[in-house]
Design a protein. Sequence first.
Lengths: 403, 403, 403
Amino acid sequence: MTDIMLNQVKELITKLEANHTDLYNDSFFITWRYPQETINAVLLVAKALMTLNRAGKSVRCFDTGLGLSIFRDKSTRTRYSFKSACNMLGLGTEELDESTSQIAHGETVRETATMISFLSEVIGIRDDMYIGVGHAYQKEFSDSIQESYDRGILPQRTSVVNLQCDLDHPTQALADLSHMIDYFGGVENLRGKKIAMTWAYSPSYGKPLSVPQGIVGLMSRFGMEVSLAYPEGYDLLDEPVQAAEKFSKETGGSFTVTHSMAEAFKDADIVYPKSWAPFTVMQQRTELLKAGRKAELIELEQQALARNASHKDWECTEELMKLTKGGKGLYCHCLPADISGVSCKEGECAASVFERYRLDTYAEAAHKPFVIAAMILLTRFPNPAKVLTQLMERERPRRLVLD
Amino acid sequence: MTDIMLNQVKELITKLEANHTDLYNDSFFITWRYPQETINAVLLVAKALMTLNRAGKSVRCFDTGLGLSIFRDKSTRTRYSFKSACNMLGLGTEELDESTSQIAHGETVRETATMISFLSEVIGIRDDMYIGVGHAYQKEFSDSIQESYDRGILPQRTSVVNLQCDLDHPTQALADLSHMIDYFGGVENLRGKKIAMTWAYSPSYGKPLSVPQGIVGLMSRFGMEVSLAYPEGYDLLDEPVQAAEKFSKETGGSFTVTHSMAEAFKDADIVYPKSWAPFTVMQQRTELLKAGRKAELIELEQQALARNASHKDWECTEELMKLTKGGKGLYCHCLPADISGVSCKEGECAASVFERYRLDTYAEAAHKPFVIAAMILLTRFPNPAKVLTQLMERERPRRLVLD
Amino acid sequence: MTDIMLNQVKELITKLEANHTDLYNDSFFITWRYPQETINAVLLVAKALMTLNRAGKSVRCFDTGLGLSIFRDKSTRTRYSFKSACNMLGLGTEELDESTSQIAHGETVRETATMISFLSEVIGIRDDMYIGVGHAYQKEFSDSIQESYDRGILPQRTSVVNLQCDLDHPTQALADLSHMIDYFGGVENLRGKKIAMTWAYSPSYGKPLSVPQGIVGLMSRFGMEVSLAYPEGYDLLDEPVQAAEKFSKETGGSFTVTHSMAEAFKDADIVYPKSWAPFTVMQQRTELLKAGRKAELIELEQQALARNASHKDWECTEELMKLTKGGKGLYCHCLPADISGVSCKEGECAASVFERYRLDTYAEAAHKPFVIAAMILLTRFPNPAKVLTQLMERERPRRLVLD
């Protein structure tokens, strides 16, 4: 480990000691419901773990133990990130496949929660398909664990980590934020920067709202100028919007909503063009699905796609990029992006723009395993600064060191 | 580790030394075919592992190695328990998914058994769907491993652990027994206690017989009054019933069969109301499935469901619970239970009864990972008492210890 | 560890030091494209790892880290072998299931390659279904990793290991070769031995060509008499055939093609009768699949099966085995074999022949986990001889050692 890396980690630990968190023996759900210290702590621990890992240090904290995941929607990078996070901390991973479990046969959420927690340190859950359901499911899961822990059934208070729900996608937003901090050379440099979180056209249907909600609910905490742009009718849920308004006032930034992509891009330091479904459509869909009304579901999808198609001009083009700060605004995306002429005929982003920022989006994604590992560490240990100090000081390499 | 815990583990090790077992380099199949010492050893090792684990000790015995599972039926808790058991001992886990393997394409059982054993310490198998098939499959699997070991193909004699077959569900029954031992404060306190293993109504079809068979074949060994109750025609297989008769005579308990749920519940210290299919139905089903006679299979299911439905009065109600010892008999279940008005309209157990014992059933389930780990440890090491002594004495915490 | 084993490993390390390899920070694709030193190095490391493992030593090189697999075709033994290899080296394993990932939704190969490499040491890929596609896919995957590594996105240059492509099946061929070396008591004893790689009849359709291609492209390097036999029209691709011709000239062996199974078996020390599809059929199939022409695909399958059926006499019978050297030629197969009267009515091999060599084929398969582990070790460490020396010298048992 070089002296530079060592000093970096020491500095992160010092900062961490100044940020008291209450995550120990709890779950991690929604960024805007936590105080600033908690958010800072996640960022600091993630950065420290990444630095230690890249310095060849093992950050293993567990000799045995399990990290479980439940994915109720498709996932590549969040799934891999969760499993990487567990692995780097020393946890074995298992995935609960609801199709081969007995969940459909009378198991309740609270029962399952305990049954898979006996030797588990953390359970990561993605449930983002239905408005009003995803977070509620995760919360019920977490509360059931708490009950079994309080009653002495579980020897430890297994954490739930939100890997995306209907409200927030905290591991994504915090990874995005970590990338911006790296890119601009420090969290303090984000102050005054303009970020455009904008809707973009996609030929697909039903994309969750949790990414834009997570972005406005988080970036507004750092004194940034947050500009949210979408066609009329594609509003976000109230809670994250109100959080963004409140945070921007508190931190001396701003939060504005516009229906013009160009206006949002104007002088933006960062742009995040990304499709999502109108939440009214998501709500209708949730109700039709519950009622099993298939014909109407198909009709709804047709209508929603047609509605999307009337906004094909919401594409991140070279022309729009020229409007950004010095024509060099940073393009961000959670991936996979709908790239016009590459992954679809017409999509969220022009091919040439995406290609120019492609490796930046990869660097952005690289933060997610460490953000998740930070959430695990913060919820599993009462004194994360001490944990990091031990990891830094001990002689335990990640792989065999040749003499 | 507190002195109390330390003394508990020392006492368990002392008892273990008095129980000679022959499980080393063998498989674990069916409880009633083993001598009492073997059963005692599993219980003692499971309890010791649980105590060490809860004291924060790592019970890892393997630096590398694999634990494989094959599930030919759905499973949540046994699957998780097996993987937890492997993980706590230091084994990586993999599951053989027959749909993505080449098993359908000409691989024989004996070939597969060797192919997945080269670096495996244990293979857990659930195969409980067909009468006359499940145990035979596990036995063939185990015998093939033995042949390859004897002939020098395999460097170790990988164990097979029965995660449920057509005859027995030993990890369930031993977990249930561990729970009863805890609940009544010691195995010696089970002597003279009455347990009612009763059939109960369920709206589902084809539930395996291995749980009731496992319960009567095991609980009869401890001087308990075992009362087996079911509607006419829902008999169990002969072997476990004969084992129960023999054990109850040997240990001064009793084994009786009745066709009245109330009679079984009368003065019972423990009740275990649980649905199962008549084995004549299971036999017919096995034959029809083999012959691919689909129309008759559907007809058989209809008949069986109708037959079940004529016994809806076999429900564990508050009235029945009042008949138990002091109205406070312990309700047990392997979960998931069919709870009337909760997971089904009419089922095995009244909602209020289940709710009162819900956390007890969770505590019951908590033993399974440790029972499975005990079976692995006993089949993998020639001197389990020495293993436990080392695990107890060494300084190896399960997770990072903060100064 | 016995002195004999210790000396064996020391000798292997000494030989390894004489074989310079350039695999560090690279991928492993196709045997015939590597110099002889590389092939030797894989064989030596695999043998050393097997010896250390059987001596009870842990060969763990990684404290944390992941090994990922992508299987685009069914697999039992290669899948298990890859996971065993990762596990023995200390890597956790995850499998990318394309059906639950977002790959179908706009992710490109190059994007996926980076997304699953952040904390991965190795990615094993099987993609053998389509001529002209499998290797290209693996190569694109590997190149994408290289780009992200070069640009600082990835902290390590994750290796890709070819677990079977349209050209080669290197882990299979090298496991087969390791078996032959053991069987004949040393690689130098292979010189002058005759091996018959022959087509054999199978009632199934579309078996890949990579096994026979891998065998002729590899065995021709050791001064063996390689006889390739198949019915007219079942030619292999040019590249491995040309490699075999070149290698056999260089090493003083021979490479001949015949259309008579008997001629190939005549005086053979080793026979490898195994079905494959004509590559013209595989090519047509690839094109029809791309174009989605289902009716023609079914017709093609019918034609191909009929064509196969006209060669049912290509069966490894007792009569043919009598033609081999002293009637005792070694039968090899990658498994599962199509055994006449056992796994199919008429197939690749007579039941009595297979039964006589059954355990030999198991011993053959036993090498694969160590071959894969050798590839991982050689691609991950710059000085594999030093790694083996440390693994040999350190006191780290694979499992708890009882006093």
